[in-house]
Design a protein. Sequence first.
Length: 142
Amino acid sequence: MAEISANNTIEFELVSPEKLLKSEPVEMVVIPGTEGDVGVLPGHSLLIAAVRPGVIDIHEGGQVRESIFVAGGFAEVSPERCTVLAEEAVPVAEIDRAEAEKRLEDAKQALTKAGEVEDGDTDAAERELKTAEAMLAAASAE
């Protein structure tokens, strides 16, 4: 059985295609998994999970200390570490609501166009629509 660190934290890393965004010990992190939210504490069982568009919440002192929007990706969890490889990540506080609304409108138009074209990529358009909806929801909750 893995030993839990003396300060009862787990190492959390958030990586986007551009850079390492976070690497710090946290008390708990909640990740939006495709099968439901996953709360990760020190000593968590091994897990690899797909991440849906949504918000990662970093907890400290029993409260959410920081919220970060992710557009999907994968999470790897061990008893000592939680690593999220995100397609896109931005702190919720930095989401521009107007830009999120425009992204949603663009995604709706792209989905409509993809449906009208015989070989349109409706899967990609649907993924972008879900991402835009989740981003707007995150901005609205802030």
